[in-house]
Design a binder for this molecule. Sequence first.
Ligand SMILES: Cc1cc2nc3c(=O)[nH]c(=O)nc-3n(C[C@H](O)[C@H](O)[C@H](O)COP(=O)(O)OP(=O)(O)OC[C@H]3O[C@@H](n4cnc5c(N)ncnc54)[C@H](O)[C@@H]3O)c2cc1C
Length: 464
Amino acid sequence: MKTALIIGGGITGMTALYQLTKFAPDWNILLAEKSKQLGGKIRTIRNGSFIMEAGADSIVARNEGVLPLIKELDLLDELVYNETGVSYIYAENQLHKIPEETVFGIPASIEALQESTLISESGKKEALKDFDKAENPFGPDDSAGDFLTYYLGKEIVEKQIAPVLSGVYSGKLSNLTMKSTLPFLLDYKNKYGSIIKGFSENKKTFFGEQARKKFVSFRNGLDTLIERLAEKSPGAQIFTETSAVRIQQTNNRYTVFFAEREPVEADYVVLAVPHDAAQKILGASALEVHFNKLKNTSLTSVYLGFSVPDACLPADGTGFIAAENSDLFCDACTWTSRKWTHTSPDRNLLVRLFYKSTNPHYKMLEPMNEEQLIKTALSDIEKSLGITQNPQTANVTQWKNLMPNYHLQHGQAVSSLTETVEKTHPNLFLAGCSYFGVGIGACIQNGKKTAFTILQNGNITVKE
Ligand SMILES: Cc1cc2nc3c(=O)[nH]c(=O)nc-3n(C[C@H](O)[C@H](O)[C@H](O)COP(=O)(O)OP(=O)(O)OC[C@H]3O[C@@H](n4cnc5c(N)ncnc54)[C@H](O)[C@@H]3O)c2cc1C
């Protein structure tokens, strides 16, 4: 009987576990997770009637494999969709509406460009040059910042696009590739000669009914998915509070040592842990140079729940992004009770503030304790929204060095790392958000793909 051991109980590891137990019920399948609870960056906290997602808050529904898995797990009835609404950019001490017909702040029509209150007339004129520059000297590995600035001009990129895109992809726009952000814009430029025209011609994709139902969660919180994956993997042994510390390789089998329990011998090992944890566990000098090229950033999430109705918010909408030079410390603020109504059934105000290490203010926040971080968040709320009440509840979650940063050399670094691992450690697999995509959809795909490779190596034919 074969033994497969998964290290790391985030969404990647849990998906791999589910697929392995489904197709190889006779194998010995184990999962070891360092923390008390499974889920990793999916962590739901319930406090009073509030539901707070301390990590990821939702899944992009259209990502391949997401809805089929949710259906297979009998969770379709539990699904909730985000409310759509206006988003704002907080700049010069006020909220500026991001025009509705924009995608990541990029106008999808000339009207949407004209509507912006953030861009000057000369900035708008500059952006219209996109229609005259049909040539495309850019490729997938070029910087998204360079691409957008070349066609749309500096002002709109700095004031309206970079705040949105950098927020979504956790990094400076100049350091993000087209491939990892907006690869389809290269096609738009080639096909339509203009980015704005490309969006105009594809409005259905971005603004139709389907696009409105873009993000999904579950009525009782995102960790419903993790719980269900565990329930539907009945033959597996799951160990929490079990931290892998070392791996020893003997004749293409592995012995994995843990801090808290006896070692496990396995034919297949999946390291579904952050890259620096995998690097430590493997301790292989041949891999160091490749691992060292991967980078992380940090993020602090602060929730504030109030005992006042969210009608006290100063505007309709779902939240704001702070401009780089604003008077706030935060990078963004989601009006959670508006965006996700299931998180506050009484419709009391729940907001979430994000503080990123890519922001120069972060240095000042680093030494702060929870109380000081909550005070900072309250001050940001007062400045931006004029709300001065004391919160009924608060939650601070720090993701220190746990946000993968897909810089320009990321793809190359992952290829050379995985090629080397394949040679030096057969039947051992690196998996998860550090390498193959940070979104939960990408992690689900990667967990499944990893399990299928193991099944194939173990001569099990998978019939879906
Ligand atoms: C604040 C925040 C907001 C996000 N928002 C979204 C969002 O809205 N939508 C979206 O799609 N994505 C979002 N993401 C990204 C997404 O949540 C993650 O990329 C994804 O959940 C990562 O899953 P994973 O299984 O690859 O890794 P992780 O969730 O990091 O799981 C790795 C697991 O390995 C465990 N581990 C580490 N070391 C060891 C060891 N030595 N032994 C055993 N176990 C170990 C960890 O405890 C952890 O449980 C967000 C992430 C964060 C932090």
